[in-house]
Design a protein around this ligand. Structure first.
Ligand SMILES: Cc1cc2nc3c(=O)[nH]c(=O)nc-3n(C[C@H](O)[C@H](O)[C@H](O)COP(=O)(O)OP(=O)(O)OC[C@H]3O[C@@H](n4cnc5c(N)ncnc54)[C@H](O)[C@@H]3O)c2cc1C
Length: 299
């Protein structure tokens, strides 16, 4: 029986494991190796590790855990259930594990716009989070992708990072006269033409080709896309979700299920690596305190 099973070995799961390992708890971390930012060349906005590659960040975190005897298993968890104070977890090979507490740190996945040529540029010059990649795109000719009225907010926001911002609605013509007036007031260009493809070199966007043959020169693109949970374990366990598809958490990352904690992007709050790590640390402390309390009652 483990004290704690952690599912997900990104920033949230690894930081929780560090706190719990340092608290001399018997901990195992399962990880299927798909951190959300694995497409990105750099992880920005994390004090002391700003600009580090996401891969090196995880590697370093795993190295640091070695001295705390945390078990790391590179396996996917398929099912998790809770009954009478015990969590039962099955990995992809059918092995079964038991624990007193469970932390879900399984993250989110992103739905990308369906644009030819986007994939090799994603994470290098095509981004969704200005706080992660706005600085690196500063003063560039920025394209914001948003069909119908979806890109208005982001296009206005990107003026923070560049004077040259164009909103692409990709063949949709749903912008209202008041939207166009607002965009014009803030000097945001609008292009409603349908996009044929994106072109670039070595991951760097160079131009957007429209279906009518027009060529627009841009060096960066931002979009705000849909996200969904990377795993369905929250549903399996009966967690409450918000309307935005993240798991509802209470104080110190507690969920509605006793003994089940949720940290990082899978839970409600800002989606940044440093926030995920902090939530992992909060959950680690709260889990250890709950275990201490239970053990005191037993004694
Ligand atoms: C392209 C891109 C660039 C980004 N750039 C930045 C940036 O520069 N700065 C920044 O602060 N944020 C950035 N972010 C956001 C950042 O990636 C997330 O906030 C962060 O990764 C959340 O950490 P997490 O630990 O919650 O989840 P993740 O890092 O996504 O880790 C979750 C882990 O759980 C594992 N997992 C999922 N399901 C299972 C299962 N069933 N069994 C076992 N393991 C499982 C996954 O394989 C994964 O390794 C970026 C995001 C994207 C998409």
């Amino acid at each position: 029986m483990y004290d704690v099973i952690i599912i997900g070995g990104g920033a949230a799961g690894l930081n929780a494991a560090m706190i719990l390992g340092r608290s001399r708890r018997k901990v195992v971390v399962f990880d299927s190796g798909k951190p959300r930012n694995r497409w990105a060349v750099s992880m920005n906005g994390f004090l002391s590790s700003d600009g580090m590659s996401p891969r090196d960040f995880i590697k370093k975190g795993r190295e640091e855990l070695k001295k705390y005897n945390v078990e790391l298993l590179d396996k996917k968890v398929d099912t998790a259930t809770y009954s009478k104070g015990t969590f039962v977890v099955n990995d992809e090979e059918g092995q079964v594990y038991h624990s007193r507490k469970l932390l879900l740190a399984t993250g989110l996945k992103d739905k990308l716009p369906e644009l030819d040529g986007l994939e090799p540029l994603y994470g290098k010059s095509v981004h969704h989070c200005p706080y992660c990649d706005g600085w690196e795109s500063r003063d560039k000719a920025i394209a914001v992708y948003g069909r119908e009225r979806n890109g208005i907010g982001q296009a206005l926001a990107m003026k923070n990072w560049s004077d040259s911002v164009t909103l692409f609605t990709d063949g949709t013509k749903k912008l209202r006269p008041e939207d166009l007036e607002l965009l014009k007031l803030h000097d945001v260009q609008v292009c409603t033409g349908a996009i044929a493809r994106l072109e670039g070199e070595d991951g760097m966007l160079q131009r957007i080709i429209l279906r009518n043959g027009e060529v627009r020169e841009h060096q960066a693109m931002f979009f705000s896309g849909e996200t969904s949970q990377q795993s369905d374990l929250g549903q399996q366990l009966g967690c409450e979700f918000t309307g935005k598809g993240v798991i509802k958490t209470r104080r110190l990352q507690r969920s509605n299920i006793p003994g089940l904690y949720v940290a990082g992007d899978a839970a409600r709050d800002m989606q940044l690596v440093i926030v995920a790590a902090a939530e992992g640390a909060k959950a680690g402390v709260a889990i250890n305190m709950e275990l201490q309390q239970e053990d005191r009652v037993k004694d």
